[in-house]
Design a binder for this molecule. Structure first.
Ligand code: URA
Length: 240
């Protein structure tokens, strides 16, 4: 079992920085197996000990899974010379953890974005073979119709050559500007926008509201994030 410095273990929770961990330890507020540890340079195998900070027992995560409510204006990438990425919305301690987004949302798309350092499960969730539903709320220019729903259900062939798998379009409001829920089981580049544009109803606004069994936590403000619970991670594993 790999040993790590105490400040690194504490900072990996995202709740305290390394500097805060040092200060708390100095004040006797960091304990390992019940005994105060004043030096955060000491190393421990995090899964083998009980660490408590300021009275709070750490649940040490082997892997990190984060749900973010992505705002517009951020790229779903780990680095980009030209602009802000979703990683810029995380505290520095988490930025150092080699997290990456699970799939991409366009720069102007908002909503549910998962970030993790667990490559295997992330990859499986995105695989078109696994058929994990991605659900979007969209506002379009133009009146959506029953024919649009049928075209989505049949599997569209786009003018640019993309052959789409059958998808679900549920109309929430049909008007000069319409609202709908779109459910896809794949995630090709700009897919929702391309499918709706091909129906002559360009997308004005797009938000991902669900991935698999996981709905966007409406308690999260735009740009905010939280760790997934053990149950939520288990729910994702059960999908693949
Ligand atoms: N489809 C799109 O067109 N854009 C996204 O960001 C996600 C799905």
């Amino acid at each position: 079992m790999e040993q790590q410095r105490l400040d690194k273990i504490i900072a990996s929770t995202g709740k305290w920085s390394r500097r805060e961990a040092k200060e708390l330890a100095r004040r006797g507020l960091v304990t390992v197996n019940g005994a105060a540890v004043c030096s955060v340079e000491k190393k421990f195998a995090p899964e083998a000990v009980e660490i408590s900070v300021n009275g709070e027992v750490l649940s040490y995560r082997r892997v990190t899974w984060i749900m973010m409510n992505k705002p517009r204006g951020y790229l779903s990438a780990t680095e980009d010379g030209r602009g802000k990425t979703v990683l810029d919305l995380l505290p520095r301690e988490l930025q150092r953890q080699k997290l990456f987004p699970v799939g991409r949302l366009d720069k102007d798309t908002e909503g549910l974005l998962l970030l993790t350092d667990e490559g295997g499960l992330a990859h499986a969730l995105l695989s078109p073979k696994r058929h994990v539903d991605k659900v979007y709320y969209t506002r379009t220019k133009g009146r959506l119709t029953e024919e649009d729903c049928q075209a989505f259900a049949a599997g569209m062939s786009l003018p640019d050559g993309l052959q789409c798998q059958p998808a679900r379009l549920e109309i929430l409001l049909a008007d000069k500007e319409s609202e709908a829920r779109v459910t896809l089981r794949e995630g090709k580049f700009h897919q929702v926008k391309r499918m709706l544009a091909a129906r002559g109803k360009p997308v004005l606004y797009l938000e991902r509201v669900q991935m698999g069994t996981l709905p966007l936590d409406r308690g999260l403000a735009r740009g905010a994030f939280r760790f997934l619970t053990e149950e939520e991670i288990a729910g994702l594993r059960a999908l693949v």
